[in-house]
Design a protein around this ligand. Structure first.
Ligand SMILES: *Cc1c(COP(=O)(O)O)cnc(C)c1O
Length: 484
């Protein structure tokens, strides 16, 4: 079957194609979707159809090493873009460096409640699971094409360090990461700013995370800028990030009894990337009984689930800064399905939301959303109480984001649902040591390889919240690197 590939036009090659949630950007294959990030019409790419795993295919995953399951689960998304052998090798290399042999181990903390530990990558948070793969895939395709590219991203904390670790010193990549100045934890900032690689540039923006994200969107919407710098994104709007995150849902679900037994997940949610990956896993055939969203005080998603109306509020700082977000970009991917995959309707809805800060989902879509999703708002006090209670009950030092998800899981009406409930442990406690110490009296230690983080020198540039200023900064740096 492989022999036929070269004789077919690109649009008829094997494998999935991807379409934009706003309906007018070109339909692309995996390589282009990976390299492009945001779609040209301002939408997000999603698979044209969902690949599905039969119960037999799910059962066949059980007991395999994480990397082997990952290669099987993601293969339908990348097929046609690279060989199965190359892909399997890249995936194996990606997870070989993780700090736990199981990569994403499950730990039982209560009757029918499990922690899925997603902090065994280089930056101690779940984003490594997709980004370590994305960095390697970028390098693979750039090398094959003899190209360079400029990666820009906005981060509220974890995405930045995880993206930087994924791309540092990789051939062909120049990377610019914007973070809101003074609004990330010190560990998060230092994990970004102490990387000495010449291809990494940190921008501390005088603004909020949403401002950072708006600037990144602004750069993508400026076609001349985007094309001349070969712009790409690694923040959670990139489809490959979602793809990499579907894996641990499938792996955990199968380990706990899927397809025979449905599973539930509780996910601390900000940009809706992680919980959308759980939704994707359910579309791919994993029996998911319910998805519990944990929100901090920035609770736009929980309010949307309560009222059927999405209404933007002010961003307020909390103990879980990676979720201090009001506009959850990935939510548009769910909106696309709720609107019957009608790009024009999504475009109109998102433009209205952009203009008025308000979007009424309508009764039918609201009900459809609530068949799978639940939402709970968890304030800082309850976050600390939860960290304390889990430490007392199981000895685990969970981080504040994890605690928001666990609190939401504990608050959920479990009498109504069946099956094991998996709460995602999204970061290591040592990334947020102040909150953990405040709750438990115990200060979690950084793993040995990060122990000197507080002594390393920091490098960053503070810039005003102004698209032209940031674009000029990037153009100058890329010019210097290209002529160096
Ligand atoms: C990014 C992040 C989140 C939020 O995930 P989304 O995909 O943005 O919803 C939660 N917790 C931690 C530790 C994170 O790094």
């Amino acid at each position: 079957m492989g022999a036929a590939i070269g004789y077919l036009p690109a649009s008829e090659r094997l494998g999935l194609h991807y379409i934009s949630t706003r309906g007018t950007a070109p339909r692309l294959g995996f390589e282009d979707v990976l390299m492009t990030g945001l779609a040209r019409d301002g939408g997000l790419y999603v698979p044209e159809t969902w690949p599905t795993f039969s119960p037999t295919a799910l059962r066949a995953l059980r007991g395999l090493p994480y990397a082997e399951q990952a290669a099987r689960i993601m293969w339908p998304f990348v097929e046609g873009a690279l060989s199965r052998e190359d892909f399997a090798a890249i995936v194996a290399e990606t997870y070989a460096g993780f700090g736990h042999a199981a990569v994403a181990p499950l730990k039982q903390i209560d009757q029918d409640l499990w922690l899925l530990e997603l902090f065994h990558g280089p930056t101690l948070a779940f984003k490594d699971y997709a980004l370590q793969l994305v960095g390697r895939l970028f390098e693979h395709f750039l090398r094959q094409r003899g190209r360079r590219m400029t990666v820009v991203g906005a981060t509220s904390g974890d995405t930045g360090s995880a993206a930087i670790e994924a791309c540092r010193d990789r051939a062909g990549i120049e990377m610019f990461i914007l973070h809101p100045q003074g609004r990330t934890s010190e560990v998060q900032r230092r994990q970004m700013t102490t990387v000495a690689s010449a291809n990494i540039h940190n921008i501390a923006l005088n603004g909020s995370f949403d401002d950072c994200q708006d600037l990144v969107k602004g750069m993508f919407n400026d076609e001349a800028f985007r094309d001349s710098l070969h712009l790409s994104a690694v923040n959670s709007i990139n489809w490959a990030r979602i793809m990499g995150q579907t894996v641990y849902y499938m792996v955990a679900g199968v380990a706990l009894g899927a397809p025979e037994r449905p599973v539930r997940f509780a996910v601390p949610t900000g940009n809706f990337g992680n919980v959308y990956a759980a939704y994707a896993a359910s579309e791919m055939g994993l029996p998911v009984a319910e998805l519990v969203i944990g929100s901090n005080a920035n609770d736009i998603l929980t309010r949307t689930l309560e009222s059927g109306v999405m209404e933007i509020g002010e961003v307020s700082p909390t103990l879980s800064p990676s979720m201090d977000i009001q506009v959850s970009s990935n939510f548009e991917r769910l909106v696309f399905d709720l609107f019957g995959r009608e790009g024009a309707a999504v475009k109109a809805a998102m433009e209205e939301f952009r203009k008025t800060g308000r979007l009424d989902m309508g009764q039918a879509r609201w009900e459809q959303m609530r068949t799978v999703f639940r939402g709970h708002r968890v304030d800082d006090r309850e976050t600390l109480q939860t960290i304390r209670a889990i430490f007392a009950g199981s000895g685990e030092l969970i981080d504040p984001h994890t605690a928001v998800g666990v609190a939401a899981a504990l608050r959920d009406d479990r009498a109504k649902a069946t099956g094991p409930l998996v709460a995602l442990a999204c970061a290591h406690g040592a990334k947020f040591p102040d909150a953990v110490e405040k709750a438990t009296g115990v200060r979690p230690a950084l793993p040995a390889r990060l122990a000197d983080l507080y002594e390393r020198e920091e490098r960053m540039t503070v810039l005003e919240n102004d698209l032209a200023i940031v674009q000029r900064f990037i153009t100058e740096r890329v010019g210097q690197m290209a002529s160096a």
